[in-house]
Design a binder for this molecule. Sequence first.
Ligand code: BDR
Ligand code: CA
Length: 316
Amino acid sequence: PVPLIIDTDTAQDDCIALLAGLLDPAADLRAITMVAGNVGFESQVRNAFMTLNVAGRLGEVPIHLGCRRPMVRPWVSAEDVHGDGSGGLDMDFEGCATEREHAVDTLVRMAAERPGELSIVAIGPLTNIAMAAIRDPDFARNVKALYIMGGSNNGRGNITAAAEFNFYVDPEAAKAVFALAPGLPITVVPWAPVTLDQAVFAQPALDEIAALGTPLADFFTRVCAATLEFDQSVGIDGTTHPDSLTAALLLHPELVRRSARYNVDVETGGELTRGYAAMSWGVHGLPDNATVVDDIDAAGFYAYIKGLLSTPTRPQ
Ligand code: BDR
Ligand code: CA
């Protein structure tokens, strides 16, 4: 199994990405690290605990609290998209506490304990990752692979015309992380085209999932309800699954159909382009610094998620 940390702003699809880390035998999830992003920090932590609970893994994977705001700017959330991030779900997880160690220290420590072995799936703003690299100059070198959900490979944003949410919230952190290559092997799963074209579950798929009737399928339907409503309101025909796709592609690289080496950089200025990801290919003088996923086995990804949600679990 792949030893990994999931760095998350836990709401909706982040929860499903956590399920991949918690239930897929190919994963050895060592820690969950929390970063400011989608919804209030307390809600994000609750959502992560509820995910551990529904997976039957409460108390088995530590949750470490990380940066409460972006490196330079005020925090921007996406409560209009996610509500509280779990459809008002209210599970008891009394007696479970987050760890004392700060998430940035956890990232640094776990990477240093097993140089070249730890992978990281970063599915929120990149604040914790950038801070870990500032904290320990060996951090980038120690990490085996960093899979990032963020940016777009055709300039199509979701929080603005130009920017995807994770890069928009902390563009300075995102820029700093891409500057860590080539020491750090980075793979990017963008919002567009791959998420929008290939990781949308339309109503028939959602009906199939609901019909599974497992606690995990019920959880999926509940936590994804707010995103479904929002996605439909902006003309997307179903729910978007960028975060779980990112986890799935790390654990099952055979789901990638086409990827290429790009130079990725992130706009930190710009009146209308804050957080825009410039993904350049074949531009004179720009060395590649990341692999960008452009095409996936969409049916295989859906089957993967459906398989995960079919797992019989006993919430504690
Ligand atoms: C990203 O932003 C968040 O709202 C989602 O969790 C995902 O990580 C998509 O832009
Ligand atoms: Ca996320």
